[in-house]
Design a protein around this ligand. Structure first.
Ligand SMILES: Cc1cc2nc3c(=O)[nH]c(=O)nc-3n(C[C@H](O)[C@H](O)[C@H](O)COP(=O)(O)O)c2cc1C
Length: 294
């Protein structure tokens, strides 16, 4: 019988369907349910030393008629503490001793921010780390701002590289002019692979009654990150550009495919917003209230 078993960075995944970091991987019990449902791996919601309390509502569904075309979110990193994640990762490992999971991590402009999270999570059976240097919902020195700055990116990847021998995957931001340049910087600093990519900076829309951007929190709004089918058109060329240069594996979110000119096959079908729309995995509706206005 054909096998979907897939190797990446020395990790064996039972199949290449890997849940991307986000609400469907917001806590250990959700990852366990996803593994029971057949997912081949998961990347945790991004874990940082300080939990980030989430705004609410923080997701706005983009629709065309009745069709869902993606979502604009203003969500931050995890709202759980590192202690809670330590416990949750132990529970996942006990329930699924062989199933791979990657810890998504984030820090700021101090080595301690990154290295302490690695030090605490590595003994919990994680198979690797994915560095979130690409969330568009943060100000200077964190998330996407960090991943847009070559010098800061180089430093952050070096700190994580120094702290672990496990695979280090860097999740790149599409919100740059030349993604290959940033991939090269990360590779030189010790990254083993890339995920392409995080959400695209955007605006969900404007509330025509209040003129506030959507989703609106207490009458205010801000730019957020777009995830959804529209990213296919952007992430595909980005992945190919990246693969023509640095020779490290690239995990492309959304769809498995292969294209001439790429050095490596993209092995993963990691997705986030589509699972949320379709309800493929549990994610609690009060975790992120979806604004259902069209
Ligand atoms: C509500 C929401 C929360 C997310 N949280 C994270 C996160 O904590 N860490 C991360 O690296 N990416 C996060 N993402 C980004 C997704 O992992 C993914 O990169 C993005 O949505 C694009 O992929 P998609 O088109 O399959 O949704 C989040 C996305 C959404 C919609």
């Amino acid at each position: 019988m054909a096998s979907l078993e897939t190797q990446l960075l020395g990790i064996t995944f039972p199949n290449p369907y890997i849940l991307a970091a986000g609400p469907p991987t917001a806590k250990g019990s959700m990852i366990i349910e996803a593994f029971k449902a057949g997912w081949g791996g998961a990347v945790t919601k991004t874990i940082s030393l300080e939990p980030t309390p989430p705004p609410s509502p923080r997701v706005y569904v983009i629709k065309s008629g009745r069709d869902k075309r993606g979502m604009l979110d203003i969500e931050l990193f995890t709202d759980l503490t590192v202690e809670r994640w330590e416990e949750d990762l132990d529970i996942i490992r006990a329930a699924f001793p062989e199933h791979p999971f990657i810890a998504s991590i984030a820090g700021g402009s101090e080595p301690h921010d990154w290295q302490e999270v690695v030090r605490r999570l590595e003994p919990r059976g994680v198979n690797g780390f994915e560095m979130n240097v690409s969330c568009p919902n943060f100000a200077e020195g964190k998330g996407g701002k960090l991943g847009q700055d070559s010098e800061a990116l180089h430093l952050a990847v070096s700190w994580v590289r120094d702290a672990t021998n496990l695979p280090v995957i860097v999740k790149l931001t599409p919100n740059v002019t030349d993604i290959v340049e940033l991939a090269r910087v990360a590779l030189n600093a010790g990254a083993n692979a890339f995920t392409v990519g995080n959400s695209l900076l955007g605006l969900g829309g404007i509330d025509l009654d209040t003129f506030a951007p959507l989703p609106t929190v207490d009458g205010h709004g801000i730019f957020g990150g777009y995830g959804g089918s529209g990213l296919k058109t952007g992430n595909t060329p980005m992945c190919c550009k990246r693969c023509q240069s640095p020779a490290a594996p690239c995990l492309r979110l959304r769809r498995y495919f292969k294209m001439a000119g790429c050095r490596r096959v993209f092995i993963s079908r990691g997705v986030c917003s589509t699972n949320m729309h379709r309800g493929d995995v549990e994610w609690s509706s009060n975790h992120s209230q979806i604004n259902r206005r069209t």
